[in-house]
Each structure stands twice: as C-alpha cells, then as structure tokens.
Design a protein around this ligand. Structure first.
Ligand SMILES: [Zn+2]
Length: 342
C-alpha cells in the first residue's frame, strides 16, 4: 500500500506521519478492542513552528493525523498552544490558536488560553471571555522561581489568575513541576489548599498528575479522590503500571483521555522510566540502529494507548468506564463550564 505522509519533517522519526506495518499490527492487536468509537481528547496542541526544531502544527494537520491513527473513530479536542519558544510571545501563540479556530470551527471542540504569570488578572479575564476559552493552560517555563524544574504551583500560576477562574467557573490545565510530581509534599498540599479555597475552579492535572513513572500516583491517590474539583488526564504516559495505579484506585468519573498530540506524542518513541527520573526516547537525533538492530518504533500515542489497554485488561476495567474516560467525563466537564458561563 502506498504510504500517505501527512508531513515529511524529519522530526517525526522513521515512517514519519504515515502508518507503517508496525503501527498497523500494534493498532490491530493492542488498541482496536479498547478504543471507543467516540473520543474526546483533552490535551492537544496547535503550534507555531521553530525552524530546525519543531514543525508547525495546524488544526487541519492535527485532525488529519487523528483520522489516520484513530480509524473509524471520531475525535473532538480541547486544544491549546505550546509554551512560546525562541522569542515567540504568549500573544503570538494564542493568536495562532484563534486564527486556527476561525479556519476550522467545530462546536464540540474547545480551547484554553495560554497564560504567563506576569499577565494582569483583568487582561486574562478579558481574553478568556473574548476567545470563549474554557480555561487556562499554564506551564513551568514561565515560573518566577529560579529553579523552574522544582517550581511551586504559585510560581507559575499566581492566585490572581486562579481567582478569575473561580469567578468564571473555568478550568486550569496544570502541568506540575518538581521531580516527585503530585507526590511532592508541597505540590499536593498546595493543590489541596487552592482547590478548596477556590471551589468553583476546575483543575485538570496533565500527564496523570505528571506521573510518567510508577510509584508516585499511588502515594497520593486517596488525597486526590478527596478533591471534587480536581481531575486527571492521561496524556503521554506510556507506562502500564502507572495506569494500573490510576485505574485501580482513582475516581474514574474524574479521569479523562488526553494524548499530547501532535508535537509531543506524534513522533516515534516512548516516555520511559529510568533511575529516579523519566525521559523521552525517539526525539530528533535519536539513533534507532541499523541492519539486524534496526528498530521499528511506533508513535508515542500508540505506546500510550497500548499501555492503557494492557493495564485495563489486567484490572478488568469495564466498558462503561472506558467510555467515561474517552468521552463522557470530558464532555460533561466542558458542558458544565459552558453552561455556568452563559
Ligand atoms: Zn502538552
């Protein structure tokens, strides 16, 4: 069969954005039985490119890729910008999203506004209302703390912004900092304090509360279950043991599917545990080997989905729960946000 490349950028790795025989086997054996017909992906990016580093991803390319990798499924999205890089500004990355939304309007999709901590609260309120965003995306690169890798939540998400989200009943998509992620005593305590102090705000913890490796999520799962306005999404986690911890013990009415497509999950590779940290393999420059050692990698998103399906099989996750994770929970949350704002 002729290969259909959606993008020939080297960034994506061997096979690019097309389906290889390896991809087809993995989809058929590990994903097809598990993936519902309707998908709502709460973590996708539309982004400007950085020459020589990151390809530009339009909403059109994102949707074409989803058609390719999720055959016979529909997929709606919550999308937002990538953090600005190489001299880009937050205004530019947000404007690109607005432009793409005008080009491909779809009622069931939703967007977030990318915010940095220096923005005045009034500006954030105006922008969120004007762009119809359902909330904010924040990221540690904007942290005021010197060591961004260990930045506390308030260092990149000031309380003045949380107050606005609380008043409007909107969402905060939070990619936590700190090596112990949600199990860091400071992070879990701050989340408890802030989510209780602002009960009308909705918190979504990206990447299984940034638990890319096992042993972290289970430490705080009971405390997370006790926070009714805190949710968790699954993007880019490729470890079945993490999903076992989540599926077994987390409140599944607050778990939502996210992928991190396209730039962070459309390349070929995997996020793996290594020592006491985690890393991605397969990003540009990675050597997959040659001859008899030649690797045939698949997309990160396929690694994530098969990790989820394997864990689901092992804990006997019900079909009803699978549907909730891939559709019902996200749709209900976004609907409730939109209704409150009317
Ligand atoms: Zn992301």
């Amino acid at each position: 069969m002729a290969k259909k490349y959606l993008s020939k950028a080297k960034y994506w790795g061997p096979g690019g954005l097309s389906l290889t025989p390896t991809d087809r086997v993995i989809f058929r054996e590990d994903i097809d039985w598990f993936l519902p017909k309707r998908i709502f992906d709460v973590h996708t990016h539309v982004n400007l490119g950085v020459t020589g580093a990151v390809p530009k991803v339009s909403l059109g390319l994102l949707k074409q890729f989803q058609k390719l990798i999720f055959p016979k499924r529909s997929c709606n999205n919550l999308f937002f910008a990538m953090p600005p890089r190489n001299g880009q500004t937050s205004d530019q990355v947000n404007q690109y999203i607005s432009q793409q939304v005008r080009k491909f309007p779809e009622k069931s999709d939703a967007r977030l506004f990318f915010v940095d901590p220096g923005m005045p609260a009034e500006f954030v309120r105006e922008q969120v209302l004007q762009t119809q965003a359902v909330g904010l995306k924040v990221y540690m690169t904007g942290a005021t703390a010197k060591n961004k890798a260990e930045a506390p939540i308030r260092s990149f998400l000031p309380e003045k912004h949380i107050k606005v989200m609380n008043e409007l009943g909107l969402m905060i998509m939070l990619h936590l900092s700190k090596s112990k992620a949600i199990s860091d005593p400071g992070n879990i305590r701050d989340l408890e304090v802030l989510s209780k102090r602002y009960p009308n705000s909705k918190w979504v913890l990206a990447h299984c509360a940034r638990c890319f490796r096992p042993g972290l999520f289970e430490k705080v799962v009971d405390r997370l279950n006790a926070l009714p306005n805190v949710y968790v999404e699954t993007s880019a986690v490729c470890d079945p043991l993490v999903f076992m911890e989540v599926f077994k013990n987390y409140d599944l009415s607050r778990l939502m599917f996210g992928s991190d497509n396209l730039v962070a999950a459309g390349f070929r590779g995997r996020y793996i545990e290594c020592g006491l940290f985690w890393l991605s393999i397969g990003q540009p420059g990675f050597q997959w080997g040659q001859g008899m050692f030649a690797g045939q990698p698949t997309f990160v998103i396929y690694e994530q989905l098969r990790a989820m399906s394997r864990a689901a099989g092992l804990v006997s996750l019900s079909e009803e729960d699978i549907h909730k994770i891939f559709w019902d929970n996200a749709v209900a949350l976004i609907k409730s946000i939109r209704q409150t704002r009317k």
